[in-house]
Design a protein around this ligand. Sequence first.
Ligand SMILES: [Zn+2]
Length: 494
Amino acid sequence: MNLLKDPFISTNFGKASLKDILTSNEDYQLQYFFDETQLAMLQMLSSLSTVVLKPTISELNVYLANGLSPKQYDALLEKVDSQWYEGDRFMRSVFPSTAKIADGPITKLVSGIECGSSANALGLFSESSEISVCCPDCTHVLNYNLHMNIKGECFGPTGATGIRGGGSISTLISGKNLKSTLLLNTICVDYFKEQAQLDDDAENRVMWAFPPKSEIYSAPKIGLERGLFALAYHIDFPVNEISCKCDICGNNSEQSVTTFQRVKYSGAYGSTKKGRDNGAGWWLHPYTPRSVKEDGIYAVCARDQHWQSWQELTSYVVGKDADKTTVKPAFIINQFQNKLKVDSSLSLLVGGNIADQGSIAGRIYDLYSMPSSLTKNNTRISLVIDAGLTQKEKLSAAFNFLFSKNHVGYDSNFIKGIKNQAIQKFTSNAQQIIQQILLDVNRKEATQLRKEAIEALNKEAKSIFKSVQRKYQHDLPIFKALVKGEFVLYKSID
Ligand SMILES: [Zn+2]
């Protein structure tokens, strides 16, 4: 099986190849049980598409407008050294002869169901028994997910941190169908060259063909294709000649895989402290928003389990300047904003895990409708998000009356708990409200969207506040403080 040629992708039409998806007009949809795998597939396939197409900006615009014929695909594939994308080679470098090999169940490669052995690597939302066996085709996306999305700390001392850092957020453009999604996330070589500031002698050959040798993996030396599939582990998936029904894609397979073996690479990327301290630099990973701080560049991660992606949406789309940190949108968002021409309406996909040390505390997979012209209309998004953040602040201010000594003699943790719970509820409910309002981002003017956002979110804030008031109506000191705070939510916003 070759990842650039053969059908290994699980879809509503059965297994399809990258060529099938990129060159036909069928409405393919990915079929994987876990949104985490789905997200990793979108990243991996867009990166594979980059390897085959290697488009310039103008070429990608032509593919987006007119599609790509099977003949064109084949002609482009001729120029690729496709042996490195054979199933038994892709992203698998040979173990060093003296290395001690760690192994584990494939369960660990779906990080929402992490089951590490260290004290703070905990299992999460699904039963780990849900994933115990997969088909050989699915080992590739699990491997990719390990390298790009899973936090090395989840594996304790045998864990490694990959090129984009552990547990970072991914942002992708979501098109009207799978083909356009993959094309929209395919990287234009000329624009990447301009933005990534690589050295002229940057190595572009993949790491499983030419593993990195130095202790520090210097970002300017890592070419586009090498970086898109940069390794952090030597890895292998022993295949059993036993048939199975795959727990990842649901297909039946003659062969099965239940474990994987790994040895971590010894060098450090600029995504790690060691790499940063030694000047490795940040490699411009195209799907990763990043914060630029005084001491270096970091992938944006979500750390608090009550975190919701809407709060950071503006920074993922337009960026954000704060005190000592600047958040920059992912390269792929900039590419779309600045270089691509698309008429149809699009969405932004924000995905990833919420990691807390070795644990995964939550998972994000949110779709936002985007204005078709992001350059012109992205203020519409920031106005909606700002409306949400303002209401959140107001709700917080309304609850602050609880902390006044004149009103309440309660334990301060108890009082804080009342407030925090309410704010978390608001943040969580606002997620859907904002996604809903942004569905109209192309049809409505900025002022109208802002007005609707303020109304809907203010209503939500009031309703949460009222429910807390009701709960404590017989607790007079608390109730009285809440009555005093209520007016904050009724003050109008200009
Ligand atoms: Zn499978």
